[in-house]
Design a protein around this ligand. Structure first.
Ligand code: HEC
Length: 268
């Protein structure tokens, strides 16, 4: 009995040490538990080593004991395994969907942009052709245009511009710029400049440049943060060209002069 307690204590000490190590190395809790379980399993094995030897068996009895042992082992493994956290595939699918959705929406937006660009090009062609027709004396084309025919400007362009701005705002959320920048009175816990008046200083292209290369501009009064590289230099890897343009275009609409956005100083 004394031996059993001794081995139990050693098992607990080793298990505790393992939990301490794994916690220090920031293993997930489930792994910490597993290390502890292995230490206890080891202790049990050592306790069994002390057990008196089983008498030799043969014939039917030995087969029965073997089968019983097998059943016990299976039960322990199956019930043990079902005690670990179970993952619901539907849950996991939901999480994946959440990540993929904006990406998919973005590609669809890209396709829509392409179609709009093509429609615009066709529209230009129609205009040129109708002008030529007019030159030739026919005024049919002009009547077409007045009737909202193929010459009329597409009403979809304005809607597409709105969608584009929405994509920009989505990128603001998705890239978590709000963590450091206050905008419309929201966000900015880690103290970057408020950006409500950024469009008074920077063009869309310059904002884009700042996002892709944070060293390109420095906000006046934020010398220390600029030197330390507080604004992450990762967006050029994370964002697609279209996303950056949308975000910069959206920020390019912020001209609220009542907010003291610091003056950006060109560095590169
Ligand atoms: C971890 C904090 C942090 C994040 C995240 C961050 N920034 Fe910044 N940003 C800063 C700091 C600090 C400055 C001021 C120093 C500088 O100019 O580099 C700054 C400056 C700027 C400026 C210039 C402002 C001025 O008045 O000159 C713009 C524009 C800007 N950030 C846009 C963005 C956008 C867009 C995102 C998201 C894609 C973003 N930032 C994400 C910290 C951050």
């Amino acid at each position: 009995m004394g031996n059993v307690i001794k081995k139990l204590v050693i098992g607990l000490v080793v298990g505790g040490a393992l939990v301490g190590f794994t916690r220090a190395f920031e293993f997930p809790v489930i792994f910490q538990m597993m290390f502890f379980a292995y230490a206890m399993l080891g202790a049990v094995v050592f306790m069994i080593l002390d057990a008196p030897a089983v008498k030799p068996m043969s014939g039917i009895k030995s087969v029965a004991v073997l089968v019983a042992f097998y059943i016990v082992l299976c039960t322990v493994y199956i019930s043990g395994a079902s005690m670990w956290p179970q993952y619901d595939p539907e849950d996991e699918k939901g999480k994946i969907e959440k990540i993929l959705k904006p990406k998919r929406a973005a590609t669809e937006q890209g396709k829509a942009d392409e179609l709009i660009a093509r429609a615009k090009a066709l529209d230009e062609q129609v205009k040129v052709l109708s002008a030529r027709l007019k030159d030739l004396g026919g005024d049919q084309a002009t009547k077409d245009q007045a009737a909202g025919g193929p010459g009329a400007p597409p009403a979809t362009t304005a809607a597409a511009a709105g969608d584009f701005m929405k994509l920009g705002e989505e990128q603001w959320q998705l890239q978590e710029c709000y963590n450091c920048h206050k905008l419309k009175g929201e966000g900015g816990k880690k103290r970057g400049p408020e950006l409500d008046n950024i469009a008074s200083y920077l063009s869309v292209d310059e904002i884009k440049q700042k996002i892709l290369d944070p060293k390109s501009f420095m906000a006046e009064g934020f010398e220390k943060e600029y030197e330390k590289g507080k604004m992450p230099d990762k967006y050029k890897d994370l964002m697609e060209e279209k996303d950056v343009v949308a975000l910069a275009s959206w920020l390019g609409t912020f001209k609220n002069t009542s907010v003291a956005t610091p003056k950006p100083i060109k560095k590169k």
